[in-house]
Design a protein around this ligand. Sequence first.
Ligand code: NAD
Ligand code: ZN
Length: 352
Amino acid sequence: MKALVYGGPGVKSWTDVPDPVIVNPTDAIVQVDTTTICGTDLHILGGDVPAVQVGRILGHEGVGTITEVGASVTNFTVGDRVIISCIKSCGHCTNCTAGLFSHCLGDEGQSGIGWIFGHLIDGTQADYVRVPYADNSLHKLPDGVSDAEAVMLSDILPTGFEIGVQYGQVKPGDVVAVIGAGPVGLAAMATVGLYGAATVIAIDLDQNRLEQAREFGATDTVLSGAADWKERVLALTDGSGVDVAIEAVGIPQTFTMATEIVRPGGHVANVGVHGKPVELHLETLWIQNINISMGLVNANTTPMLLKLVAQKKIPADKLATHHFTFDQMLDAYDTFGRAAETKALKVVITRS
Ligand code: NAD
Ligand code: ZN
């Protein structure tokens, strides 16, 4: 089969590799029909994720058709169309029973971490993928949901919702700022209304992304580079700051920005994956009773989000801006890697 193989920092190829086979009775093999590329894949190619070994097939998002199931898989059969969650879950370890699938202790990858596709085991940017713990790591794709919509449920939508909106404890009437209007920040904006946010402020350096943010629920936009960006944000509140600041970039500057606009007693929900330490000004934050949260997505809300996507209550389709076929995988990477120029949000790559 063909797959996108990591060859070390800066090196990737769309090349022939052996087909995956069932290793454990809880596995399924899925023919990938649609996949996409995540900023994390670019981080891996940048050499920022040393756990990824040379030869690894990348990708942790996908929609496909089951071609084989292990002997103990009971929830799925050959021919089922499924969404592959970016988080595998054994379903019965202490962390899984607590809903913390991101720290599933199931021994695949021997890591105690739920994100293993395209990280510790081969991923979804391939003709076929082996899915461990298939019963708990796949979701049946209902009629009426397109592959392009469904692939946003592998990672982007649950990440923005769980780590941004839920961890940020958004409440009805809140003023919520989302720093970073990439796919993850947009997913937070698209779901923050579920908890009744009144004002949703998108903050980004890129004017095009700010314009797109309005399609996903932003009521106001603020250009991050502007000298008066903070005054502009505060002017949209009662003057004391936002109730919830969601950080969806992953650099020290934007984490600091989040702490600078949150009101006393408010929440900073960090979603971004940071490659460098951030400065945490406890000396000023402690007396403002600020709550700070962070985490790896659990993907435990995917079934609920899938219902809302099916009802067209979340505009998942609008995240799919560019379309490619599998044999154009390297072009898709190029387009996604130049998102500021190409205006790409998510590139959708489909079996031809
Ligand atoms: P992205 O790179 O597509 O989007 C980031 C956005 O931030 C861009 O629009 C960019 O213009 C903007 N930006 C950059 N510098 C800025 C600044 N100084 N001020 C304001 N905006 C700025 O990334 P994405 O795919 O949307 O992902 C966002 C983050 O979420 C990444 O760090 C990613 O690794 C992380 N992530 C976390 C999880 C999790 O489980 N916690 C899961 C998936 C992704
Ligand atoms: Zn588990």
